[in-house]
Design a protein around this ligand. Structure first.
Ligand code: ZN
Length: 244
């Protein structure tokens, strides 16, 4: 069987059977893939290391016919994100990020620009975390999925003043069928953040209360699009509670 080299972020990893691991991979070229890593939990080698969750790796895989899953027998770690793994707090927040990615990115739906964004985000998490960085992550996730346009998702006209957050995106207050209200002082920073690159986020200075509001609203908006409870929500909620 032909093997392909795939470049991935390992989002999740569970032991199956005696020796194998089932990996949830986010690959640069193919999007999310379910991967059976044969023998990965039997040994302590570079293949086992590559199969750890929250890491950047390369795997040699064969695609199962007509399916979105692959089998790997070999792999190498590219970046283990050691400063995340050595910090329990950061690791839990990285699992939270991973769970969000698993909700918003479907299997076999390539998203290379978001893949690059995610890799950079995890890299940045090694050095620093703050609520605005996570808000930025939520914004980019929603934006990538077409849920954060500056136009009303009901009438199609631009949103200039305050808006309502709904499933489906922003809406004018008058057009809205239900959702929660966001005032202009918060809406403007949100739209500003959609327009910048990750490199620039560290230079953005917002008033502390606006920063917290942006993070809170983006999280609420994210949850509107997730139809079951997030297993890792408490990591984020504890983090934000302790920010006060
Ligand atoms: Zn409207």
């Amino acid at each position: 069987m032909k093997t392909h080299l795939i470049h991935v972020i390992t989002l999740n990893s569970v032991k199956i059977g005696e020796a194998d691991r089932l990996l949830d991979l986010f690959s640069y070229r193919h999007g999310r893939l379910l991967c059976t890593a044969r023998g990965a939990s039997r040994m302590k080698n570079r293949f086992a290391e590559a199969s750890e969750p929250i890491s950047e790796a390369k795997f040699w895989v064969s695609f199962k016919e007509g399916r979105m899953s692959v089998v790997a027998k070999e792999g190498v770690i590219v970046d283990p994100f050691r400063k995340i793994h050595s910090d329990f707090f950061k690791l839990n927040l990285a699992f939270f990020i991973s769970e969000i990615v698993r909700f918003f990115f479907k299997r076999n739906d390539p998203a290379p620009s978001f893949w690059i964004f995610l890799r950079k985000f995890l890299k940045n998490m090694e050095d620093e975390i703050n609520p605005l960085l996570f808000a930025f992550f939520f914004i980019k996730t929603l934006q990538h999925n077409g849920l954060l346009d500056k136009i009303c998702h009901i009438c199609g006209f631009e949103i200039d003043e305050s808006a309502v957050c709904e499933k489906g995106g922003f809406a004018h207050k008058g057009c809205s069928v239900g959702g929660f209200y966001v005032d202009k002082a918060v809406l403007n920073p949100i739209f500003y953040l959609t327009s910048i690159k990750q490199e620039k986020i560290r230079t953005v200075r917002l008033a502390h209360d606006i920063e917290k509001k942006v993070a809170g609203i983006m999280y609420k908006m994210l949850l509107m699009h997730i139809d079951k409870p997030l297993k890792t929500a408490k990591f984020w909620e504890d983090y934000i509670r302790n920010q006060r």
